[in-house]
Design a protein around this ligand. Structure first.
Ligand SMILES: C[S@@+](CC[C@H](N)C(=O)[O-])C[C@H]1O[C@@H](n2cnc3c(N)ncnc32)[C@H](O)[C@@H]1O
Length: 245
């Protein structure tokens, strides 16, 4: 397991300082950057005894392995990995769970965007298989705009077994697939619910698909055969939000 990791970008750094400041170990700021967007972050960090080190753009680009750091990077202790037991604890304390399952999303931009959607929709937790999925990388945190620190991400060993367990606990699982006959807008998405999304290339794996209570599609009017997984996730989550209001 990694002993530390980097988080970059204004929103991701702000969210970490707000929600898990004890994880922050070190901070680097683009030399000369002292504007209104970074000042509150420097103040929050100072409360935890962290002083920003000045760094050149090249140093920041090299550290982040990206130019998308917005002039600020922090080094953090990795978050606790949430597993099946943590998911059980969440179900114990949540009346009407609203969950998102991502079956093997591998692109960090997609996972980041899905977490951002999940946070905005009020999802209680996102479930991913431990293998064949991207984890919480710096790019995921950056794209998630802070949601990587607010939405619990459960990494499970056997997704089909977890889906069965969710059903035993009264959670209804709606899987999504472009070719499903019934549409998102015909589904009842109230009550204890998990929406399952497939991977970028292959969609839901056979076992995951068979583990769903129903399969639903987003009607497509044009010529493309499918939507990007994060776009499809946003559409499905917010239809559920509309119904659950
Ligand atoms: C890029 S798509 C995968 C396409 C894949 N070739 C397939 O046949 O499922 C990634 C995921 O986004 C969701 N998705 C994309 N378009 C969809 C649609 N029209 N209806 C329902 N889900 C969709 C599904 O969860 C799908 O597994």
């Amino acid at each position: 397991m990694k002993k530390q990791e980097l988080v970059f970008g204004i929103h991701a750094v702000e969210s970490l300082l707000k929600h898990a400041p004890e994880r922050v170990l070190e901070m680097w700021l683009l030399s000369g950057r002292q504007d209104d967007r970074v000042k509150p972050l420097l103040e929050m960090a100072a409360q935890w005894g962290i002083r920003a080190q000045q760094a050149s753009r090249k140093t920041l680009d090299d550290k982040a392995e990206s130019t998308q750091h917005q002039g600020i990077i922090i080094r953090v202790r990795p978050a606790k990995v949430l597993t099946e037991n943590d998911l059980e604890a969440l179900l114990d304390k949540t009346d009407s769970p609203f969950l998102l399952i991502l079956d093997g999303v591998t692109d960090p931009h997609n996972l980041g965007a899905c977490l951002r959607n999940a946070d905005a929709a009020g999802v209680h937790g996102v479930i991913v298989p431990k293998d064949n999925s991207v984890g919480l990388t710096p790019t995921v945190s950056k794209v998630a705009c802070g949601a990587a620190e607010t939405v619990p991400l459960f990494q499970v060993t056997n997704l089909a077994r977890t889906m069965k367990r969710l059903q035993e606990r009264g959670v209804w699982i709606a899987g999504t697939a472009g070719e499903a006959d019934s549409t998102l807008y015909q589904a009842d998405l109230k009550g204890a619910l998990a929406i399952a999304m497939g991977a970028e290339g292959k969609g839901l794996r056979r076992l995951s698909r068979e583990s769903c209570d129903t399969l639903i599609s987003i009607p497509m009017a044009g010529s493309v055969s499918s939507l990007n997984v994060s776009v499809a996730t946003g559409i499905c989550l917010f239809e559920a939000v509309r119904q659950r209001l």
